[in-house]
Ligand binder design. Structure first.
Ligand code: SF4
Ligand code: SF4
Length: 75
C-alpha cells in the first residue's frame, strides 16, 4: 500500500469540510480550535495503528480544497 502524508495550512483553511468528505481514508477531521480567521480548520489525523486510515497520498483532498491549503507528500 502506498504511503503518504499531508500538510494543511490551517490559517488558509475556511473550514468548509470538502477535504474531509473527499478523503477515502478518513485521515482528516475538524480541529476543535480556531484559526486566525475564526474558522475551525481541517487537521490531519492519521492513525498510525490502523492500516485502513493510513494516507495513501492520493491527493483527493488537495484537489478538492478551494483554498489550496493542502500539500500532499508521497513516499
Ligand atoms: S492524500 Fe488522499 S488519503 Fe491522504 S489525506 Fe488526502 S484524501 Fe486522504
Ligand atoms: S477543503 Fe480546504 S478550506 Fe475546506 S476544510 Fe479542507 S483544507 Fe479547509
Amino acid at each position: 500500500m502506498k504511503r503518504g502524508f499531508i500538510r494543511i495550512n490551517r490559517d488558509l483553511c475556511k473550514g468548509c469540510g470538502l477535504c474531509i468528505t473527499a478523503c477515502p481514508k478518513q485521515s482528516i477531521k475538524m480541529s476543535e480550535s480556531l484559526n486566525i480567521k475564526g474558522y475551525h480548520p481541517a487537521e490531519y489525523t492519521e492513525d498510525e495503528k490502523s492500516e485502513d486510515r493510513t494516507c495513501t497520498g492520493c491527493a483527493l483532498c488537495a484537489i478538492m480544497c478551494p483554498d489550496v491549503a493542502i500539500e500532499v507528500f508521497r513516499g
